[in-house]
Design a protein around this ligand. Structure first.
Ligand code: AHR
Length: 502
């Protein structure tokens, strides 16, 4: 099989934010996962777990979304500031009815982002919050000084305003965010976003409109009909900078989604087929957006995506704690390749969720930490961040199809980019469970001087546990040879490769 890389035809930039993450007050994502408090015996800096922060820094996490999810539309930010012992305690009715004591709030979130080195993305409360509450929060975070909100922030220990890059106006307002019909949400969106003020012209806040669940194109159509506005002459933007889309996949069987680790080959093909389905979603939501916004000023922000399996046996089902196998890694590899290839419209994506919830990159148990196969995919793909997309096309013998009777799919899938130093990254996934793949990668202009790569592979249901944390890990790609006009790569069955070529 040949893969032609057309470097002379560079496309747009792969925004780093495509490699973003999502954190919610849900189960052990925040408490225990990211934050343990300053008095914990688990090593921490200002309450943030050092081991987790270190592992996230290695991924170069570009953006982190918080505080939800469904939790966002019942979160009242003023409950989470000031002395911790005086903070209001609420019931987290979205996730298990736990008492949320708000010890992780706005200041802690910005501290976490500082330590990780990522941009903050805050999701505001439309479902049960007021316009004033939202506008006060933005003022609290970003106004310099003098106003009551800015002075309150300063009194709480943060002298300078924070840089807030992204603000979401509600979450899933068609469901947990208020069960709204599209027009009702659209009208609220227009109003609420008006008061997401930018106090520092040098640092505008990008406003993200709550979008559709998966293939609900009707929501997109009706929200755009009500909310789209061309920017006025001296404005960069109309009513929105981004439009959110959520998409989950897993092996759904009746009321159960299926086990994360014990699944059949049929479940594997089903899940991969679901993962590939995101491309149609991007095309069809994108086609609606194109009619209003042909210049693609508005980003599609896929700010929740990933595999949703049954919770691990013996854990609280409301905590959505699941293991993570090579199947999940394959879903991540296919999905990130698709996002790269659609970077003209997809400007942000946040995998759900960063630690201990759904398709996490990290699992923790007390002081222990495990990197999941999905962590390795994000690590292998990190050099795509900020690079220019270059088109790749398979040619030569017909692409082998694999799968089962219901779901046939190409054996190989790819994306490629070139970074500012001229280094080309090609990421390849071989989804076959029993066939290796030999790929002759050919460049239209590059005469490769150096090539090296890494590989992730293993049994499809292999995973890293606290007992055996290193079953799946990134290793050197040995099946790699440089040729005059390209490289030859051999991928074992069920594997993902990242090749760097100079
Ligand atoms: O990520 C878990 C939940 O999935 C989020 O809270 C919600 O937005 C979505 O339905």
């Amino acid at each position: 099989m040949r893969l032609y890389i057309h470097e002379t035809d560079k496309k747009g930039t792969i925004e780093p934010e495509i490699y973003g993450h999502f954190s919610e007050h849900l189960g052990r994502c925040i408490y225990g996962g990211l934050y343990v408090g300053e008095d914990s015996e688990i090593p921490n800096v200002n309450g943030m777990r050092t081991d987790v922060v270190d592992a996230l820094c290695k991924l170069q996490v570009p953006v982190l979304r918080w505080p939800g999810g469904c939790f966002a539309d019942e979160y009242h930010w003023e409950d989470g500031i000031g002395p911790k012992e005086q903070r209001r305690r609420m019931v987290n009715s979205s996730w298990g009815g736990d008492v949320e004591d708000n010890r992780f709030g706005t200041h802690e979130f910005f501290e976490l982002c500082r330590q990780i080195g990522c941009k903050p993305y805050i999701c505001g409360n439309v479902g049960s919050g007021t316009v004033r509450e939202m506008s006060d929060w933005v003022e609290y975070m970003t106004a310099e000084k003098g106003s009551t909100m800015a002075e309150l922030r300063r009194a709480n220990g943060q002298e300078k305003p924070w840089r807030l890059d992204y603000f979401g106006v509600g979450n899933e307002n068609w469901g947990c965010g208020g069960n709204m019909v599209p027009e009702y949400y659209a009208h609220l969106y227009r109003r609420y976003q008006t008061f997401v003020r930018t106090y520092d012209r040098q640092a505008p806040i990008a406003r993200i409109c709550g979008g559709a669940n998966a293939d609900d194109y009707d929501w997109t159509e009706r929200v755009f009909r009500e909310c789209f506005r061309e920017p006025a002459p001296r404005e960069a933007h109309g009513y929105m900078d981004g439009y959110s889309v959520h998409y989950y996949c897993g092996a759904e069987k009746g009321p159960h989604k299926g086990s994360a680790t014990r699944f059949t080959q049929e479940d594997y093909w089903y899940t991969l087929n679901r993962a590939l389905g995101i491309e149609e979603l991007i095309r069809r939501h994108g086609a609606i957006m194109d009619r209003y916004d042909p210049q693609k000023r508005i980003g599609m922000m896929i700010d929740e995506w990933g595999c949703w399996h049954d919770a691990e046996p013996g854990t609280n089902p409301d905590y959505l704690y699941q293991q993570n196998t090579m199947r999940d890694a394959m879903v991540a590899a296919l999905t990130l390749n698709i996002f790269n290839r659609h970077c003209d419209r997809v400007r942000m994506a946040c995998i759900a969720q960063i630690v201990n919830v759904l398709q996490s990159v990290i699992l923790t148990d007390g002081p222990e930490l495990v990197l999941t196969p999905t962590w390795y995919v994000f690590h292998m793909y990190r050099t795509h961040q900020g690079a220019s997309l270059v088109p790749g096309a398979f040619a030569g013998e017909e692409m082998e199809l694999t799968g089962d009777d219901r779901f046939r799919m190409p054996q190989l899938q790819q994306s490629a980019s070139v970074d500012a130093d001229g280094v080309l990254t090609v990421t390849l996934a071989n989804v076959s469970l029993d066939r290796e793949a030999r790929v002759e990668v050919l460049f239209d202009e590059r005469e490769p001087k150096k090539a090296a790569g890494t590989l992730l592979h293993g049994r499809v249901n292999a995973y890293n546990s606290f007992e055996q944390p290193d079953v799946v890990h990134e290793e050197e790609l040995t099946g790699l040879q440089r040729t005059e006009r390209g490289v030859n790569v051999t991928l074992p069955p069920c594997s993902i490769a990242a090749v760097r070529i100079l």
